[in-house]
Design a binder for this molecule. Sequence first.
Ligand code: GRF
Length: 266
Amino acid sequence: MAGRIRLGVLISGGGTNLQAIMDACENTRLDADVVCVGSDNPQASGLERARKAGIPTFVVDYRAIARAFRAAPEAAPLPKDFRLDEIRSKQRLMAGASDPARLDAFLKTRAIAEAALVAAMEPTPFDLLALAGFMRNFTPYFIDRVNGDRALPRIMNIHPALLPAFPGTDGYGDTFRYGCKVAGCTVHFVDYGEDSGPIIGQRAFPIRPEDSLETIRKRGLEREWELYPECIQLFAEGRLKTVRMTHPLPGGKTLERTVVTILPKS
Ligand code: GRF
């Protein structure tokens, strides 16, 4: 893909990354237009940033959906194209889940929410979906519907740690508490696992003895605001390619991993 791309963005909170992306679109650092902004959280203050910029917004209230499911699981409005067996076998969010009933309930509530997301985004087609502080993992139900049979994935996420270290919801906190001497952020494509998809870009910075979690978070966010638009721009320029790599390991084993190759500027 080359030229100006259409960007969907999902947020859960304050939306400073969304703001950085919208600003980059405005000042021509990013050949993209944000076409819609959605949230799982009706209170997400970042939605106001989108509204101010005249961008259509929507909310799919994940909490309300989970509550309704718990109250009446048999009456749950599961999407017609939802196949529990298929989603269960593909998902890597809850590996070895000890309670199968809990896993199924999770996958069902998520499919209801994810079908609502797909429907909400239908009026504004997008080339890339950027998760900017969206605090929900996607199941294969959503990922397959967004990616279709395209060779290149098209859901991107920004994570507040140097993956694969510290996946999960508190990357800067986990980095700080571990006693790391370097912190950072990562932009990656989303796959069926949690923060496990192919890495597109990373930015690191040193942790100084006088740093606190607050100062690390502040410096990290500043790096995120630079890194995310840069990675989206690589996508817009058609310079991202995923490649399946096979590496020999000791003991005759092999490691397979899909990685991102960044193509030179043409
Ligand atoms: C960022 O640190 C992002 O990496 C993480 O959540 C935070 C969102 O911040 N996933 P904001 O809503 O973009 O300000």
